[in-house]
Write a protein that binds this ligand. Structure first.
Ligand SMILES: [Zn+2]
Length: 232
């Protein structure tokens, strides 16, 4: 099992323990966006309280991130660190794509949840999503107590979403390969650039600087390029 699969497996197991007469769970939803591209959502819970859209992250280290920053970063104890796509923005894009398929203006509340592995130490500054640990998922979903639709309406919305799910194994495997290749390529390019002392964004030289929060590497093309990387 890959790290990502492990997370999805764990969260799916937690969600199975919700009351299934009113919480309708969909794991690994793959659907077509209006523009024809495919989009994958780790988990959805459709309920009378709204639709919970859950992105799982299996990551080590201190996690730093904010609502709008393009990248988040995890800092490991051995001094290395890793940038990854901001999951709050990713999940917002998932929700928007789903809403476009279901019809905008239907007054369905969507709740964005980013669920991290317990190996992460969350130090994020976020208000556009609930950023929690896997173990807190049911507690969080159950904390929403204000119904916005009937159980029957929730069930039919669930069926509407299930009908969007792509089951064709060929389309599914193409989506997976594309997503993985993109991640691997991104990490490889960043690591290579940093090893060579080059800015991974523009190829400029990285220059050691000292700022308010200590030493860091900045791009020699600043202010045109604002890339920075922590120094140790
Ligand atoms: Zn640069």
């Amino acid at each position: 099992m890959s790290a990502g699969e492990e997370g999805e497996y764990y969260v799916a197991r937690q969600l199975r323990r919700l009351n299934d007469s009113k919480f309708f769970v969909i794991n690994d939803l793959l659907f077509r966006k209006r523009n024809g591209f495919t989009n994958q959502i780790d988990h959805l819970v459709v309920s009378p309280y709204g639709v919970f859209v859950i992105e799982t992250k299996n990551i080590y280290g201190y996690i730093h991130g904010a609502d709008k920053s393009k990248l988040w970063r995890s800092y490991w104890r051995d001094g290395r660190d890793l940038a990854f796509d901001n999951p709050v923005l990713q999940n917002e894009a998932h929700i928007m794509a789903l809403e476009e398929r279901l019809g905008v203006g239907r007054q369905i509340p969507y709740y964005s949840i980013i669920a991290f592995s317990p190996t992460a130490d969350l130090q994020v500054n976020v208000s556009n999503a609930d950023v929690i640990y896997w173990t807190q998922i049911r507690q969080l979903v159950r904390a929403y107590k204000e119904p916005v639709m009937s159980i029957e309406e929730a069930r039919s919305l669930y069926e509407e979403i299930i009908a969007l799910n792509i089951t064709d194994p060929e389309v599914r495997s193409t989506h997976g390969q594309y997503a993985n290749a993109r991640k691997v390529e991104f990490k490889r390019r960043t690591d290579n650039a940093l090893d060579n002392g080059k800015c991974p964004k523009c190829g400029g030289n990285l220059v050691r600087r000292t700022g308010t929060y200590g030493a860091f590497y900045g791009c020699s093309n600043y202010p045109n390029c604002k890339y920075t990387h922590p120094a140790y």
